[in-house]
Every structure is written in C-alpha cells, then in structure tokens.
Design a protein. Structure first.
Length: 210
C-alpha cells in the first residue's frame, strides 16, 4: 500500500501545483522539482526510488489525505478533477503502445540532454512540456485547466503546467503498476489514510534526525 500511496500522492501533488500556477501564476518550487526529477528518473529500482526525497512529497500526501478523509468537509473539486483526469489519460494512453513508446523515447531524449543542467533549467521543463504537447494534447480526452486568464496566457506558465501534467500522468502509470485502481480509492480509503499517516510520520522523524 505504501507504493500506491506514494504514486497517488505524486499525481495529487501535480494537480495542486497546476492549480497554483493557473490561479496564482507560480507554484511551490521544491515540490515542483521533485516531480520533474521523478519524470526523468526512468529506471527506478523501487517506487520509493522514483522520487529524490520523500520529504518533498509531504505536500501531495497531505493534499491526498484531505481528499480521502471524510472528516475533512471542504474538498478541492478542482484538484480532484485534475487528479482523476490524469488517471483517465493514463488509461487512454495504455491502450496505445505506439504512444507509450514515443513518450518513453522522448523523455529519454530530454534526460540525455539534461546532464550538467539543473532540474529547473528551461530546456528540461520545455522538453517535458513538449513531450506532453506532442503525444497527449492531441488525444480525444482533454484536461480543461481553469484559473486566472492572465496566468493562462503566459507561455512560461503553460509550459510548467504541461510539464506537471506529464509528471502526474507518469505517476499514474506508476500507480497502476503497483496495483492502484479506482476500486482502491472507493474501498480502501481507511487503509490508504493509515499509510499516509505512517509515511508522514517517517518524514517527520527523518526531519528531526537530520
């Protein structure tokens, strides 16, 4: 369950950051870079290894907890919609092996060019955004991004949003690979909430030690 929780938190984190950019014009930088790292980490040994630092997923874990916890009355419907849309797009892509192969190849090309570059280098972000545009934007199912129109006409914001959507969809692939499904969300809510709590406690313990 821990693997599913981490992967799903990655999707939710991407959704929250997309909303931040569309509404504010910027997002939390460290959490953004964590997802960029995960997209470029194409051959992780484990789900945990997909991410550079669990601490930077705490943001997504807390957002996921708010979504799943029935005691939390105020739900962010926009974040939920983006999350479910990325999961749906993964399901559409998996039916198209040629698209998967092309996405994999293009991400590897971005990775090959990223050596000696910082994760927030515009070439990397633009490269990942282009992978999304080239292979996912033209699918029948679309993710409709809402927010401040002034933010959504800026090229840098659109580039960051597309890169994040690609990262979120890659986390959705990871989530499926470790057994994630919509049935889990419906019938294993309490188990996943317990997993979130455990991971957040581990993150807190590591933070205190360091």
């Amino acid at each position: 369950m821990q693997d599913r929780t981490l992967a799903l938190a990655g999707i939710v984190q991407a959704a929250v950051l997309v909303k931040q950019i569309s509404s504010r014009g910027y997002c939390q930088h460290t959490e953004f870079l964590e997802l960029i790292y995960s997209a470029l980490n194409t051959n992780p040994n484990t789900t945990k290894d997909t991410f550079a630092n669990w601490k930077n997923l705490a943001f997504g874990l807390k957002a996921l907890k708010n979504i799943l916890d029935i005691k939390h009355k105020s739900k962010d419907t926009e974040v939920i919609r983006y999350t479910m849309s990325m999961i749906h797009l993964q399901k559409e892509i998996i039916k198209r092996p040629e698209v998967i192969n092309k996405i994999t190849r293009e991400i590897q090309q971005v990775k090959n060019k990223s050596h000696n570059l910082e994760l927030d280098d515009p070439h990397i972000i633009q490269g990942l955004a282009s992978v999304y545009t080239n292979n996912i934007s033209n699918l029948r199912y679309k993710i409709h991004i809402t927010g401040n129109s002034n933010n959504l006409i800026k090229l840098e914001n659109l580039t960051n949003i597309r890169a994040l959507l690609l990262c979120g969809i890659r986390c959705a692939f990871l989530w499926r690979q470790v057994g994630g499904s919509r049935w889990n969300l419906l019938f294993q809510r309490n188990v996943m909430l317990a997993s979130i709590t455990q991971i957040l406690e581990e993150i807190e313990e590591k933070s205190l030690i360091s």
